[in-house]
Design a protein around this ligand. Structure first.
Ligand SMILES: NC(=O)c1ccc[n+]([C@@H]2O[C@H](COP(=O)([O-])OP(=O)(O)OC[C@H]3O[C@@H](n4cnc5c(N)ncnc54)[C@H](OP(=O)(O)O)[C@@H]3O)[C@@H](O)[C@H]2O)c1
Length: 246
C-alpha cells in the first residue's frame, strides 16, 4: 500500500535517511527544509531511482507565511496523510551564562512551536491509524555541555508529545518519540569539542558503535508500518544501550 508522509527536515541528516527509506518502499514523501536547496536538489536527483514520489518543500517553518504556504501546498496535493515525522531542529550551543532569552526563543520556535502549528494544520488530513513521530535526544532530561537551549526545547517536546499521545489516541493517531544516540550528521559538526564527544559517546555505548542514520530510518519505517497504535506515548531509545549506563 502506498502511503503519504510529511517529514520536517526531510532533506538532510536523519530526515533524509527516513525520506529515502520510505521512498524505497514506494511511498509519497513531502520533505520539508529551510534553506539548503543544494541538498534538496541532490535528494531529488537520487529519488529518481526510487519507486516512491518525493516532493521537497522549502520554507522556514518558524515564519508564519512560509508555514502557511507549505501547509497549503500539502493540503492541496494530499487528500490524506498517514504520518508526520518531526526531524527539523536547530539551536544555539552556548554555556548558560552566555545564553540569551532570544536564543532560547529561536530554538523553541524551530524545535517546538513550528511543529505544533504544522500538526494543527495537518490534523484534519491525518487518517485513522496514522502516526506522529518526533526526534528527541538524551539532552532532553540530562546535562550535556552547551546544550541548554536544545535540551530544554527537547524536554518541552517530550512533554508536548505525551499530551498529544493521550488526546489524539481517540482519533487513532499514534504518537511516539525516537531518542537516538549520537548520529554523525551535520548537526554534530557544530558541537563544541566534536571529536572528543564522538569518541566519548562511542566508548560509552555497549554495542560499540554510534547509531547510524539508517538505524533510525529503518525503525521509523517499522513504526509507520505497524497496523495499530497501542504503543502510543512511548519513547524508543536507539542508542545501542548507552542510556542504560550513563
Ligand atoms: N544527530 C544526532 O546525533 C541526534 C541525536 C539525537 C537526536 N537528534 C535529533 O534528530 C533530528 C534530526 O537531526 P539531524 O542531526 O539529522 O539534523 P540536521 O542534519 O541538522 O538537519 C536538520 C534539518 O532541519 C531543517 N531545519 C532546521 N531549521 C528549520 C526551520 N526553521 N524550518 C524548516 N526546516 C528546518 C534543516 O533544513 P536545511 O537543510 O534547509 O538547513 C535540515 O533539513 C533533530 O530533531 C535532532 O535534534 C539528532
Amino acid at each position: 500500500m502506498t502511503n503519504t508522509y510529511v517529514i520536517t527536515g526531510g532533506t538532510r541528516g536523519i530526515g533524509r535517511g527516513i525520506s529515502l527509506e520510505l521512498l524505497a518502499k514506494g511511498h509519497k514523501v513531502f520533505a520539508l527544509y529551510a534553506r539548503n536547496t543544494d541538498e534538496a536538489n541532490k535528494l531529488i536527483e537520487l529519488a529518481k531511482n526510487f519507486p516512491g514520489q518525493l516532493i521537497c518543500l522549502r520554507g522556514d517553518l518558524t515564519k508564519e507565511d512560509n508555514l502557511e504556504q507549505i501547509l497549503q501546498q500539502i493540503l492541496n496535493s494530499a487528500g490524506a496523510i498517514q504520518g508526520l515525522i518531526h526531524c527539523a531542529a536547530s539551536g544555539v550551543h552556548r554555556p548558560v551564562d552566555q545564553l540569551k532569552t532570544k536564543h532560547l526563543r529561536w530554538t523553541f520556535e524551530t524545535n517546538v512551536f513550528s511543529f505544533h502549528e504544522l500538526l494543527l494544520g495537518l490534523l484534519p488530513i491525518l487518517t485513522k491509524n496514522s502516526k506522529v513521530i518526533g526526534l528527541t535526544s538524551a539532552g532532553s532530561d540530562r546535562y550535556l555541555q552547551q546544550y541548554a537551549a536544545v535540551g530544554s526545547s527537547k524536554g518541552a517536546l517530550n512533554s508536548l508529545f505525551r499530551h498529544y499521545a493521550v488526546e489524539l489516541a481517540p482519533r487513532d493517531i499514534g504518537v511516539s518519540l525516537i531518542c537516538p544516540g549520537m548520529v554523525e550528521t551535520d548537526a554534530i559538526s557544530s558541537f563544541p569539542n566534536r571529536e572528543e564527544r564522538v569518541n566519548g559517546a562511542r566508548s560509552l555505548t555497549p554495542s560499540g558503535r554510534l547509531t547510524s542514520v539508517e538505524d533510525v530510518a529503518q525503525f521509523v519505517s517499522y513504526i509507520l508500518s505497524v497496523e495499530h497504535n497501542q504503543f502510543t506515548g512511548q519513547t524508543f531509545y536507539l542508542d545501542g544501550g548507552k542510556s542504560l549506563l550513563a
